[in-house]
Design a protein around this ligand. Structure first.
Ligand code: AMP
Length: 282
């Protein structure tokens, strides 16, 4: 596994792989890796000849009052984890390398970027799309892998890739969960044992909505009300949003149908967690 710290080195290494006729898969991450990240790496390994992973805690996607300084950084452990998966390239640039002075160009997907997490985290998706566009230009992957865990991010990136004609296929991979249902997240390590238990309410609320859906309820307002009521049962958890939306436009739907996205975000203590499901009739 080659570790690249500079853009120049990474660009050259990716070019070599593509020149050798390899189908290049790319998995962007912010590190503090867990099995959710590794599932993306494995999906990439399964369908590509060579895999590149990036580890970069992207400052521009954090708001002023968010956890950029505290965000876990576990590079040595991360490096070992991806090396074991047999990837070709690890790109781990510094913030200065990615954002030298004079960076005044942004990539913004208008509209979509203000929905779901974008509404609660102004500027977040602008940071995400800007860094992903930069990484796509440097790496030029054939396929890029993202987690369905960040469902709004998947919608925003797909739209950006289509609108800006990136020649990359976007693949969304299923959410990897802890045995008790909690969606894996680098931020779970912020939770103390009591909060770790409280955090289960996110998944439970989604399961409650799924049950109701399976019993035939199609009214989105009714489904959302049930999800919100479930979250309320955990008095220490503060709901940010509970929404029933179209997975591509992120607009609220009136009637839930096959493929509709049910998404929740909530604060457990000061930790903001997200989770979601796609409704399926089978
Ligand atoms: P992050 O390091 O949090 O930016 O995440 C990097 C990628 O891993 C994103 O595409 C996430 O959606 C994905 N990811 C994070 N957690 C999970 C999970 N529990 N299951 C599947 N993918 C995940």
């Amino acid at each position: 596994m080659k570790i690249c710290r500079s853009i120049e080195e990474m660009r050259a290494a990716c070019l070599d792989l593509r020149k050798a006729g390899k189908r290049l898969g790319f998995v962007p991450t912010m590190g503090a890796l867990h099995d959710g990240h590794l599932s993306l790496v494995r999906a990439a390994k399964n369908s590509c000849d060579a895999v590149a992973v990036s580890i970069f805690v992207n400052p521009t996607q954090f708001g002023a009052n968010e956890d950029l300084a505290e965000y876990p950084r576990t590079f040595d452990r991360d490096r070992e984890m991806v090396e074991k998966e047999g990837i070709a390239l690890l790109f781990a640039p510094s913030a200065k390398e990615m954002y030298p002075p004079g960076g005044t160009t942004w990539v913004t997907v208008e509209g979509l970027s203000e929905k779901l997490d974008g509404r609660s985290r102004p500027g977040h998706f602008r940071g995400v799309t800007t860094i992903i566009a930069k990484l796509f230009h440097i790496i030029e992957p054939d396929v890029a892998f993202f987690g369905q865990k960040d469902a709004a991010q998947v919608a925003v990136i797909r739209r950006m890739a289509r609108n800006l004609n990136f020649a990359v296929e976007i693949v969304a991979c299923p959410i990897v969960r802890e045995p008790d249902g909690l969606a894996m997240s680098s931020r779970n390590r912020y939770l103390n044992p009591a909060q770790r238990k409280q955090a289960l309410i996110l998944h439970r609320s989604l399961m409650r909505v799924r049950e109701l859906w399976k019993a035939g309820e199609r009214n989105a307002a009714q489904l959302a009300a049930t999800g919100k009521a479930e979250i309320k049962k955990e008095s220490r958890v503060r709901l940010d949003y509970f929404e029933i939306v179209d997975p591509d436009t992120l607009d609220a739907v009136v009637t839930a149908s096959d493929g509709t996205l049910v998404a929740v975000a909530a604060y457990v203590g000061s930790t903001r967690l997200i989770d979601n499901i796609l409704l399926q009739s089978t």
